[in-house]
Design a protein around this ligand. Structure first.
Ligand code: S3P
Length: 172
């Protein structure tokens, strides 16, 4: 079986919390690509977007993922934009099972605040919902390429873990 489990999906789909629980369950390391980027470049994602711009953040994301993808026995929670980048997904797929977490725009709106996500930093909830709907429409085809897709609107992170564990038993 491939050695890593890679979680992809929109912001607020539950990748980090599900990933942490899954890693604990499997006895794997948990890695969050955003956290790894922040550590490597000693700057918050929010500040990178503001100071260097999104394109620089995306390059850093690709460089970080290339390194992470080479390690084994990890649950990797990716930033919401990673699934759209072919190079990143090729690297992750080599040694990783790809699992997408999805949720409806209203669910995402409820789960995401205005604080640390530059792409959703909007004036009010209406603006944020519009942005979520637009961005999700662009990204949905990429999330669909996953090996397993879990709708998380009505599931808890622990239930997501159970679904993933069941799926992994059938993979081997
Ligand atoms: C982004 C999602 C964020 C983070 C950055 C860009 C995106 O990660 O990588 O703000 O493009 O969807 P989360 O999905 O963990 O919020």
């Amino acid at each position: 079986m491939k050695s890593n489990i890679v979680l992809i999906g929109f912001m607020g789909s539950g990748k980090s919390i599900t990933g942490k629980l899954l890693a604990y369950r499997l006895g794997y390391n948990f890695v969050d690509t955003d956290t790894a980027i922040e550590q490597e470049y000693k700057s918050k994602i929010k500040d990178m977007f503001a100071k260097e711009g999104e394109a620089v953040f995306r390059q850093r994301e690709t460089a970080t993922i290339e390194k992470l993808a080479q390690k084994n026995h990890q649950v990797i929670s990716t930033g919401g934009g990673v699934a759209t980048k072919e190079k990143d997904m090729l690297a992750l797929r080599k040694n990783g099972i790809i699992i997408a977490l999805t949720a409806m725009p209203h669910t995402i709106l409820k789960r995401t605040g205005n604080d640390k996500r530059p792409l959703l930093a909007k004036k009010n909830n209406d603006e944020r919902l519009k942005t979520i709907i637009k961005l999700m429409a662009k990204r949905a085809p990429f999330y669909k390429k996953a090996d397993l897709i879990i709708k998380t609107d009505d599931t808890t992170p622990l239930q997501n873990v159970e679904i993933i564990m069941k799926y992994l038993k059938g993979v081997k």
